[in-house]
Design a binder for this molecule. Structure first.
Ligand code: ATP
Length: 604
């Protein structure tokens, strides 16, 4: 029998009341048993606060103002008389869902089916154009008239994009595994997810074909593959010790692009798996020309090209191509070059498990390529496509020499690739190892941290309305953001002002479920903005929750400063993770010990 919206909202209420990842996964996993095949994907999207997988967008796109009007209309039509109007009540209560439940209290609801409600919400998202706002308000008001107060609470939160159950992808994977019999189901589910980035699709396949169905999943154009990531080491020798003779490429500082051709349609996905197709018409066009009628999925780094100098632009310039408006003007001003570095799928066949050097050979047969020797200067390809510059290093010193070369040419560093390595979707491992200039000293590399709150300014900063931010790393094991640093430096006054404006829209009335922090900032914000941070050291600290377990101290940053405004190409789950912080801390201790034992000699 079709499940009712009230039953689904009972489950949401349980999830909302839980804090532990295991309990949440069990509650959700148990509930999945109650659902029919067609209901599972919508339920998963609902828990994610979406109507579709995140890479398809799929929010209802209704503002607070419109939802307030819909609630007002429902209240009028239900003949409820209110002491204060909904907008005033919202100010008092602070949460759209609790407000809707409050003003519509006492109503019984018509026991609508969950799928009917979900389809109504989908229609709200699809409707656009003149007069559509009125229609949306009307449709939503009609829906509220048929909902129970509890369901109104969750539907109202959902339509304004503030469901916030604190159930991240990692917890949903656990829930699916729990439903499918426990821990042993987790790996195939996670692998399947890495291939399609769509947990709703995984839930449907599990319902129809069980774990075997998920095991049979292959890449498919239109579904972004979760991107392979790099580990880091600090010298050619360390790299060689780890993976032996290897392929080494320049590490370009542009933006990563995953390109899909399904034979007719071309789609582009960014590092955080958002669809960016309309932003880069020249890449779409070049793909069509090269792969018209063929299926393919490949990846590369897009770089702004300066025709006057014949070289690439720095990241700050390249990133200005990522925009939704005036795309044509901007593409004339800053044309892009696309340096391809991996191939995952071609003509209906997966290339993920093919050893790296064979994938590379295939890439070189598909795209225009230069062959470089170590000392040769890198030049841009003539057309849009080229391939990343690659050498094969048979000795650690070749890696170091190449590293010095590319730095001299103004690139970020190198990426060493295991020659037999497969493309490991969604995972960071030693198949790819990055070496950047910054690893040679102090705290290696910058960290990508999630903003979880901010402080009112004091003194000089009072007028800016923001004095510092509270940041967190991602703890995948707990599926929580864990505090690591309060940061008050690195931005100009104007940058602080725009950061404040950006954060203001995401201020929450209390600490979100997905955050673990003993420190309370003046304002909590939804953990969605990722900021790049540099620090002198990582230290142990009783104050922060990052890395704290069973009574041990957590980790904190010494002298943290922001190096870049929030990054649009990272989502919070791509932030630096706790194991990475632990790893940097360990390496830092080794460096320090080496430094101490070397310094007596240096002093002589
Ligand atoms: P970073 O923070 O160092 O920019 P990241 O966190 O985005 O990196 P990493 O796994 O650390 O991801 O580094 C890999 C990134 O380097 C890729 O996402 C890609 O955008 C970029 N890159 C540049 N050149 C190459 C290359 N030749 N091969 C693979 N990735 C490359």
């Amino acid at each position: 029998m079709a499940i009712s919206i009230d039953r689904v909202c009972d489950c949401l209420q349980i999830l909302d009341s839980l804090t532990g990842r295991i309990e949440m996964a069990q509650a959700m996993g148990t509930f999945l048993l109650e659902l029919d095949t067609l209901e599972r994907a919508p339920f998963v999207y609902l828990v994610q606060g979406q109507l579709a997988p995140p890479f398809r967008g799929g929010e209802t796109g209704m503002s607070t103002r419109l939802v307030l009007r819909a609630i007002g209309l429902a209240v009028d039509e239900a003949g409820i008389s209110l002491a204060v109007p909904p907008e005033k009540r919202l100010e008092e209560i602070g949460d759209m869902g609790n407000m809707a439940e409050d003003v519509l209290a006492g109503r019984r609801g018509n026991s609508l089916s969950f799928l009917d409600v979900f389809r109504t919400l989908e229609n709200l998202a699809l409707r656009g154009g003149v007069g559509s706002q009125e229609e949306k308000v009307r449709t939503l008001a009609n829906l509220f008239l048929k909902l129970s107060p509890l369901s109104s609470r969750f539907v109202a939160r959902f339509v304004v994009g503030k469901l916030r159950l604190g159930v991240g992808d990692a917890t949903i994977i656990d829930a699916l595994a729990y439903w499918q019999g426990g821990k042993s189901a987790k790996d195939p589910i996670e692998n399947g997810y890495n291939l399609c980035s769509d947990l709703g699709r995984i839930a449907t396949i599990l319902g129809e074909e069980g774990l075997d169905g998920v095991r049979k999943l292959r890449p498919s154009p239109g579904y972004p593959i979760r991107m392979a990531l790099c580990e880091r080491l600090s010298s050619g020798e360390e790299i060689f010790d780890k993976i032996g003779a290897c392929a080494v490429e320049s590490k370009y500082d542009g933006f990563r692009c995953q390109i899909h051709s399904d034979g007719n349609r071309v789609q582009l996905f960014s590092r955080n798996l958002e669809e960016t197709t309309p932003m880069f018409p020249e890449i779409v066009e070049a793909t069509r020309t090269l792969f018209g009628g063929r299926t393919a999925i490949f990846e590369g780094e897009a770089l702004g090209y300066n025709p006057e100098t014949g070289g690439y632009h720095p990241f700050q310039v390249t990133i200005t191509r990522k925009r939704k408006h005036n795309v044509k003007e901007k593409s004339d001003e800053i044309p892009l070059k696309m340096l391809v570095f991996d191939l995952m799928y071609l003509d209906g066949e997966s290339w993920l498990d093919t050893p790296f050097l064979d994938r590379r050979r295939k890439i070189e047969s598909l795209f225009p390529t230069h062959t470089f020797s170590v000392d040769e200067e890198e030049t841009a390809p003539a057309g849009v496509f080229g391939t990343s510059r690659l050498i094969v290093a048979e000795h650690p010193s070749t890696i170091d020499h190449f590293f010095d070369e590319v730095l001299e040419e103004g690139f970020e560093g190198i990426i060493a690739k295991r020659m037999t390595g497969t493309y490991t979707a969604g995972s960071r491992n030693f198949n790819w190892i990055k070496l950047k200039r910054s690893y040679k000293n102090a705290l290696s590399d910058t960290l990508d941290l999630v903003i979880i709150g901010f402080y009112r300014g004091k003194g000089q900063r009072t007028k800016l309305g923001i004095g510092a931010i509270l940041t967190a790393a991602y703890d995948k094991e707990q599926d929580r953001f864990v505090s690591i640093a309060r940061i008050g430096s690195g931005l100009t006054e104007n940058q602080w002002i725009s950061l404040r404006a950006m954060l203001e829209e995401s201020v929450l009335s209390g600490k979100p479920h997905s955050v673990l922090s003993d420190i309370a900032p003046d304002y909590w914000v939804e953990p969605k903005f990722v900021i790049r941070v540099r620090a002198d050291d990582i230290t142990r600290s009783p104050q922060h929750t990052c890395g704290r377990r069973n009574g041990t101290e957590g980790y904190a940053l010494r002298f943290p400063r922001i190096t870049e405004e929030p990054r649009a190409d990272k989502n919070p789950f791509d932030a630096t993770t706790v194991p990475e912080i632990e790893d940097i801390y360990r390496k830092q201790k080794i460096l320090l010990a080496r430094h101490r034992s070397a310094s007596p000699r240096e002093k002589k």
